[in-house]
Design a protein around this ligand. Structure first.
Ligand code: ADP
Ligand code: MG
Length: 693
């Protein structure tokens, strides 16, 4: 249970002054739904009002605070003419300029003959000074209240800056005093203030320095975030370590038979990765290994051979895929190979019900069925294994840590292999897995031809269609991907449906459509028809994004390519170029393209190297956003910027390891404080792990 002291922070933003139901939606979009999110809404800039020049020395175009005497109100008689208030100090004059002014209000705030402090942007036209709509007007005694550094926040339409600031200030007021959770030595060495002080300092700026991600308060908050991340990982990992592993040694017989049936020879990369996996499985500890390989690098066969190793050792192996389509796809690839060597393999998805499912479950439980491929259905509670030795999780980023572990928990000392096509830099890897061993497939299978990638504006669609007709006449199979943007799935779906309709007019009946809202059976039937060559064109939303394998498909058309991330486009393109035939990728874009979009598409034209693309992606997005979280499955950070806080990550990892070693249940005084940290950063699943022992 979350400690009561944190409750005010986990209240809805509607509990903040000035935030009603309507504004709450805007605040939620901007910062998040809770008071703590508002307290953590970071300023993106500042306005320095400390500059207090005499009028004679005031610079044009700069923000300044001036103390002036009100000389004269110059009313406008024409609504398009502004209302001016003529003011002076001992050195010169300035006009305060108001459009659509309310006279009574101006007479009250700027009474004739009185002195007022005003702050805003001063413009200079020749000798004349102007200030259009001053941001602040106060009596001279209150000068100090406006002569400050004001934070500027990322905004959203409909939410006034003043309202947001008030809400933030109120949220900051509610921060409770919490015990320090960071190691005393680190706090001292870095000269960090406490969490509350740091969060306040981030908002109460003194100058540009505090805006920097390298300022002590920002560093402290970044460290808090990274520590919570690393601690959560360390807790889950230590729980798994406590369960002993076991040595899993196969004799190689089944593997040799499978390799003998392959229509190709393994690449050196595949051999090496497999060697590492086999050696790891033979160790008496539990394997936690990532198999990293670009799309099309041939991870699936490596997975199968690792599974065969488990079977040789007398155990079972399971392959978990994130979607139905992928599970079926894997099954379709693996089953013929298994059949050829007389090894049974089964498929289990959410669609298997009743007797068929019961039959699979009972044979899994008895250990009679050795190999299985499936979806989430595999980790259901009533699924039991006789002796599960190896769990493989494909495209892991679709899964949470818990699900990943849930499959491994279905046996004793299960070895875990995670497969990903996302090239992840080492530091980022740490944030997703803590410590993990990595095998990389660095080379593509031989005989692959480069994919010819072109960018074409949407208005030249008809030319593309002509090209496709010729390609189809030569037997090409074509993917046509329409974007799915979260904001409005209905509209996107309509676009895909419409495209399908139009393409049918041009190309006839042999055009299919798959999307996420379809009934699974319908979708499968269409995919199967495409794979079998009964369809020439497969129109799809991004459901085909990951892992689909139809080697005969040689053309990929992506509509509105500018709306996709670089990594995602790379994945999509990877659906073609899988066979011996020459492949093409057409990126249709809506002109005009922004600079970044242009650069992105250019990179795709230049290279097919996933690692290079990932790096460029990183560069183009800037440090703050690193590989789009959605695509990579890596945790997104709010305070931490791994491009600059890499050393903090390393420190956090070491500290987390030490904490878990010394106080695995977080029972000590500092342990209690660390629990607060985990709650603050919503690492509830780690806390659950703690309590479940
Ligand atoms: P991914 O790493 O994207 O999962 P797959 O395992 O789906 O890649 O393999 C892509 C294609 O390459 C498949 O059609 C597979 O049969 C083929 N393939 C795998 N290994 C080799 C190899 N060593 N030589 C030739 N083709 C291979
Ligand atoms: Mg794959």
């Amino acid at each position: 249970m979350r400690p009561n002291i944190l409750n005010p922070l986990f209240a809805s933003v509607t509990s903040l002054p000035g935030i009603g139901q309507r504004l709450a939606q805007l605040v939620e979009k901007l910062a998040g739904p809770l008071v703590i999110d508002v307290a953590g809404h970071l300023p993106s800039g500042l306005i320095d009002r400390r500059n207090q020049p005499h009028l004679s020395t005031a610079e044009g175009g700069a923000i300044a605070t001036v103390v002036v005497r009100v000389e004269r109100h110059v009313k406008s008689h024409n609504p398009r003419q502004p209302y001016k208030v003529h003011c002076s100090d001992s050195t010169g004059f300035i006009d305060l300029v108001f459009f659509n002014a309310r006279e009574d209000y101006l007479l009250k705030t700027l009474p004739l003959g009185q002195t007022r402090a005003v702050s805003g942007r001063i413009d200079r036209f020749g000798g004349e000074l102007n200030m259009v709509h001053p941001d602040h007007i106060v009596p001279e005694e209150e000068l100090s209240t406006i002569q400050i550094v004001e934070p500027v926040y990322p905004m959203t339409a409909g939410l006034a800056p003043k309202v947001l600031r008030k809400a933030i200030d109120a949220a900051l007021e509610r921060l409770p005093t919490l015990p320090e959770w960071i190691d005393a030595g680190i706090v001292k060495q870095r000269q960090w203030d406490g969490w509350v002080e740091a969060l306040r300092a981030v908002h109460h700026l003194q100058g540009e320095a505090e805006l920097s991600t390298l300022s002590p308060p920002r560093m402290r908050l970044a460290y808090d975030e990274l520590l919570s991340n690393q601690l959560a990982l360390a807790i889950v990992r230590s729980r798994n370590k406590r369960k002993a592993g076991r040595s899993n040694k196969g004799n190689g017989a089944l593997r040799r038979r499978i390799v003998g049936k392959l229509p190709y020879t393994l690449t050196k990369s595949q051999e090496q990765a497999l060697g590492e996996i086999i050696a790891d499985m033979a160790e008496p500890t539990r394997m936690l290994r990532l198999l990293q390989g670009d799309v099309g690098s041939g991870k699936t066969v490596v997975a199968l051979l690792a599974m065969a190793n488990a079977v040789e050792g007398g155990g079972q192996a399971a392959l978990l895929a994130p979607t139905d389509i992928l599970a079926r796809q894997h099954f379709a690839t693996l089953e013929p190979l298994c059949k050829a060597v007389g090894q049974e393999i089964a498929l289990l998805t959410g669609r298997d019900k009743g007797k068929a499912r019961d039959a699979i479950l009972s044979r899994l439980a008895s250990g009679e069925l050795k190999l299985i491929v499936g979806t989430h259905a595999l980790v259901q509670e009533d699924v039991e294994f006789g002796d599960l030795r190896l769990a493989i999780v494909d495209e892991q980023h679709r899964f949470g840590v818990e699900q990943r572990m849930a499959l491994a928990d279905k046996g004793a000392g299960v070895d875990l292999l995670v497969m990903t096509a996302t090239p992840i830099p080492r530091t980022l890897m740490m944030t997703a897995y803590g410590d993990i061993d990595v095998s990389k497939l660095t080379e593509k299978p031989a005989g692959r031809q480069p994919i010819d990638t072109r960018t074409v504006p949407l208005e030249r669609l008809h030319e593309v269609a002509d090209g496709l007709k010729r390609a189809i006449a030569h037997g090409a199979r074509i993917y046509w991907v329409c974007p799915l943007v979260d904001e409005s799935e209905a509209v996107d779906l309509a676009a895909a449906t419409e495209r399908h309709r139009v393409l049918r007019q041009t190309f006839g009946e042999r055009v299919g459509l798959v999307h996420g809202k379809q009934k699974a059976a319908e979708r499968d039937a269409t995919m199967a028809a495409f794979a079998a060559g009964d369809l020439d064109i497969l129109v799809a939303t991004t459901v085909i994004e990951v892992g689909v394998n139809v080697p005969e498909a040689t053309v990929m058309v992506v509509e509105h390519a500018e709306r996709f991330g670089l990594a995602q486009l790379h994945q999509l393109r990877g659906r073609v170029g899988r066979g011996a035939a020459k492949s093409n990728c057409v990126l249709l874009y809506q002109a005009p393209l922004g600079e970044t979009a242009k650069a992105r598409l250019q990179i795709l034209r230049e290279t097919e190297d996933g690692f290079r693309i990932a790096e460029e992606d990183l560069r183009l997005r800037g440090g703050g956003e690193l590989l789009g979280t959605r695509q990579s499955g890596l945790p997104g950070f709010h305070y931490a910027d791994l491009a600059v806080h890499g050393d903090l990550l390393a420190t956090a990892r070491d500290d987390a390891r030490l904490i878990v070693e010394r106080d695995p249940q977080l029972k000590s005084e500092r342990g209690e404080a660390l629990r607060m940290l985990l709650y603050l950063f919503r690492q509830d699943s780690a806390i659950k792990t703690l309590t479940s022992g």
